[in-house]
Design a protein around this ligand. Sequence first.
Ligand code: CA
Length: 627
Amino acid sequence: MNRLRLIPALLLAVLLTTSSLSVQAQTVPRIERVNPTNWWVGMKYRTIQLLVYGPNAGTLAYTVNYPGVTLTKTHTVENPNYAFLDLTIAPTAKAGMVKLVGKKGSQTLTQPFELKARDKAPKGQGVTDADFIYLAMPDRFANGDPSNDRFDDMADQTADRSNPFARHGGDLQGAQQRLDYLKDLGVTAVWFTPVIENNQPMTNEGGAMRSAYHGYGFTDQYNVDRRLGGNDAYKAFVQRAHSKGMKVVQDAVYNHVGINHWFVKDLPMKSWLHQWPAYTNTSYRYESITDPHGSEADRRITTDGWFVPFLPDLNQTNPYVANFLIQHALWTVETFGVDAWRIDTYLYNDMPFMNRCNKALMDEYPRIHIFGESFVNNVVDQAYYVQNTINFPFKSNQPGALDFVLFGAAVDALKPKEANGANRFYTAFAQDAVYVDPTKLVTFLDNHDTDRYLSVIGEDVDRYKIGLTWLLTTRGIPCLYYGTEILMKNFRDPSDAEVRRDFPGGFPGDKENKFEAAGRTDRENDAWQFVRKLATYRRDTPVMHHGKLMQFLPQDNVYVFFRYDADKTVMVVSNLGEKAIKVDTKRFAERMSGMKSARNVLTDQTITNLDLIEAPAKTALVLELAR
Ligand code: CA
């Protein structure tokens, strides 16, 4: 989630109180929701807290009579429409339908709550540096079911591809139909921007009315958005991806929800959200969090201020909120089988909560990978939010992160007329000692919140190939933003929508179909084949993911690094300059001693003189060395 252009602060007095305190005293109790919607037997996480919601649901006296299930405590809170029930599920409990019985006077309500048996389907498999992630925005990727583009009973009635700010109708079925396309490209994991229901009205951002097509304003965690196909379509997508040996990354948002979220309209208690005497936006100044000389006042505004006025900020120090979010995370992995967890606006969350949530996921699914978005520009701030070697007073347990530092370096390094770009890139890796394991960082050249990479580098396909070569040969878990492989371009100016255009061929009636070679220009096919060649080489060549990285100081804007293990050495030579250079390799003897020849991985040509390597202008060579 990127910061958006803000409208003047809204007065959100409606949020400041729970609406039901006085008006519903006479209402007969009813239960409308229970979250989580079910649980399982045999989970490590077996003490759960049910959120029970409905008119006066908090005025009932609850009992449970089910073998192995104990109701240890019922919590009532400020709003009588909520009860929070602590249930402990014994390891011996059997799958079945638990009855929650609520009594008030002569009235008895019975609410079923299912304890399922866990299925054997793969889940929480993780993504590693052997993977290649593809980030797609489902609304903008492919529309496989035009019948779900809009629903009469949802807050936003627009489905209009001519409006860049409206929903366009893409969905999970459309994406599922493109899995073979992605697999052919060498992709091994798919990350969608959030799929959870965003039943938000259009909101005014930067003077234009916009749909929540990006997905970052949840309105009901337990439903995948119907316009994407709902829970069944997501389940089907994950199953199909798994059957093709591909993984799925879920985009999680803990920091905030949409202003149209059902619980925001009737808050359980005032402290459910971060509330301020007057609307307070986050300062976005992340330095205040890591600054050893910083003030609590500044930190609070950064983390407890709202991201934007229509995304209420959740208070994760409230234990009911924390339980709700953690249980939803576990429920999601168990229900859909997702393999990894990308966490939105990571640095704006409460960090002890994040550690607790990460731990619950990693305890239950030991292979799962977690990588948060902390949109920072320096190594210290990036390291703070991931397992690190710095003596910070707070220690994060997050295994990975999106590598925004490397992103900044790669983009700067390849800008037109940058004379010293190689050093920028080199320096980013030179600081890897701050991370416990830098190979768990997710590397990228652009995303849905940034200018598209091709535009940043002046639409120069030679530089494009250098950047992609770096992405696909260096350390970390590479991630490609949809459309980069077909040379989609654009700056964020005048709006994010420019970098979130529809994938041509993904929508009924499209004149061009760039999912197929025949629909692409020669230039696009050249780029596509380039990505495919390197992605499949990386996938099939273990040294390219688990091999060590050794880099040498750039000279004359030529940057050389190696990936190596006991069996294999791959040399990457990047000449960022405008003229060809013969690279004298004497100073690389540590990695090249005894090497007699090399195979150029991109051209299959053999090089027999390794003393002087010809590096053409604006080119990266990937050379597999042989003794
Ligand atoms: Ca659709």
